[in-house]
Design a protein around this ligand. Structure first.
Ligand SMILES: Nc1ncnc2c1ncn2[C@@H]1O[C@H](COP(=O)(O)OP(=O)(O)OP(=O)(O)O)[C@@H](O)[C@H]1O
Ligand SMILES: [Mg+2]
Length: 215
């Protein structure tokens, strides 16, 4: 099983949006996937509860995580984490992860918080030993703004790759409401967004050579 942790201690940086859409993409590729919500806010769990039955299935891992995981036996686990994650909780979450996706929104506060977070993450054993692949995802980007340009400069100077840039669009807000991912929507509505996701999904597939490739 490949575990994708989505984390950034900055509140509202886009963790749940990223986690739910990654899970939706994997499910759409007929991969067995579980979505684990370790945020007491339970936004991902609530999204999953709203997910229409006709959409590709995503498993859920509740409080009894270990035995639930054994029962579901997923190829992938996507973990949505809480704002403010730090200390032992962070260490524990990183220890169990193969991939870390870090959403970063375009603002000075988000950039500063992400910089501090990445400095902490870079010092962990898993990263030092090269066991954890880290990808940064620019979230809610409006390419016409100064803050988008500032985010660009920040990401360009980071030690970890930017694996996607997602636009600021209501489609994400609607998906959050409807228990959907952009991959559940018809091509006519979501094609532009699928294109923005392509570098991320390709990068993720490369991180999991032992798992059946979600082409
Ligand atoms: N690309 C986007 N375009 C428009 N709105 C977005 C986009 N990504 C996220 N949002 C919206 O931004 C808000 C914050 O996103 P989200 O809930 O995913 O962040 P979070 O990091 O999980 O927050 P928290 O720290 O509270 O868990 C939500 O209302 C979400 O719908
Ligand atoms: Mg969240």
């Amino acid at each position: 099983m490949q575990t994708i942790l989505v984390a950034n201690p900055k509140g509202g940086s886009g963790k749940t949006t990223l986690a739910t859409n990654v899970a939706g993409w994997l499910a759409g590729k007929r991969q067995r996937v579980a979505l684990t919500d370790i945020d007491p806010q339970q936004s991902s769990a609530q999204w999953l509860a709203r997910r229409p039955r006709l959409f590709p299935a995503i498993g859920t891992v509740g409080r009894d995580g270990e035995s639930e995981l054994r029962r579901l036996d997923p190829l992938w686990q996507v973990v949505d984490s809480a704002a403010g994650i730090h200390g032992d909780d962070l260490k524990q979450a990183l220890k169990g992860a193969d991939v870390l996706l870090v959403p970063v929104s375009a603002s000075a506060f988000d950039i500063a918080a992400t910089q501090r977070f990445l400095a902490i993450v870079a010092e962990t054993k898993a990263v030092k030993k090269g066991r954890l692949a880290i990808g940064l995802v620019a979230m809610r980007v409006d390419a016409r703004t100064h803050s988008a340009a500032e985010l660009d400069v920040f990401l360009g100077g980071c030690a970890f790759p930017r694996v996607a840039q997602l636009r600021d669009a209501q489609i994400y807000v609607h998906c959050a409401r409807d228990g959907a991912s952009v991959f559940d929507l018809p091509r006519s509505r979501a094609e532009h967004d699928w294109e923005q996701w392509r570098p991320l999904t390709r990068w993720l597939a490369r991180q999991a050579p032992r798992v059946e490739r979600p082409a």
